[in-house]
Ligand binder design. Structure first.
Ligand code: IDP
Ligand code: MG
Length: 136
């Protein structure tokens, strides 16, 4: 059965700064995730805090919000079969050291906080996160 989904991907500041945007986009395209929309933006600390609100009780929340708003990011809508789960697999585990070989985080991530990419983790969050960045 076919289940074409959309998910939100973010290339985080560490990866944009290191010129990894094209390498990361290629990973998605190779894995049959189509880039439906893409834009490079810089968000405010307040927008970052709103985006990561689900993590507000975590000890790393303040650092996380400061980090995502620290420099330009690239946000994308990815579309394809099982796009949400597939993107999570292509990204790899949150901690680059624990991510499988060949994943974006294993190849490019610097640390658990500077782990190069974000990807929605469920259909509900994918919809919310796509609306957050692309609702006109
Ligand atoms: P995910 O990005 O793999 O979905 P989440 O648990 O949703 O991981 O965490 C969101 C982001 O918060 C991670 O991508 C990472 O940048 C950061 N993060 C998660 N756990 C830690 C931690 O223990 N220390 C510092 N940053 C963390
Ligand atoms: Mg998450």
């Amino acid at each position: 059965m076919s289940s074409v989904e959309q998910t939100l991907s973010i290339i985080k500041p560490d990866a944009v700064q290191r010129n990894l945007v094209d390498a990361i986009k290629s990973k998605f395209i190779e894995n049959k995730l189509n880039i439906k929309k893409i834009k490079k933006i810089k968000i405010s600390k307040e927008e970052s805090a709103e985006f990561y609100k689900v993590h507000q009780t975590k000890p790393f929340y303040d650092g996380l919000c400061a980090y995502l708003s620290s420099g330009p990011i690239v946000v994308m809508i990815l579309e394809g079969e099982n796009a949400i789960q597939k993107n999570r697999e292509i990204m790899g585990a949150t901690d680059p050291q624990k991510a499988e070989i060949g994943t974006i985080r294993r190849e490019h991530g610097i640390s658990i906080d500077k782990n190069s990419v974000h990807g929605s983790d469920s259909p509900d969050n994918a919809k919310k996160e796509i609306d957050f960045f692309f609702k006109s």
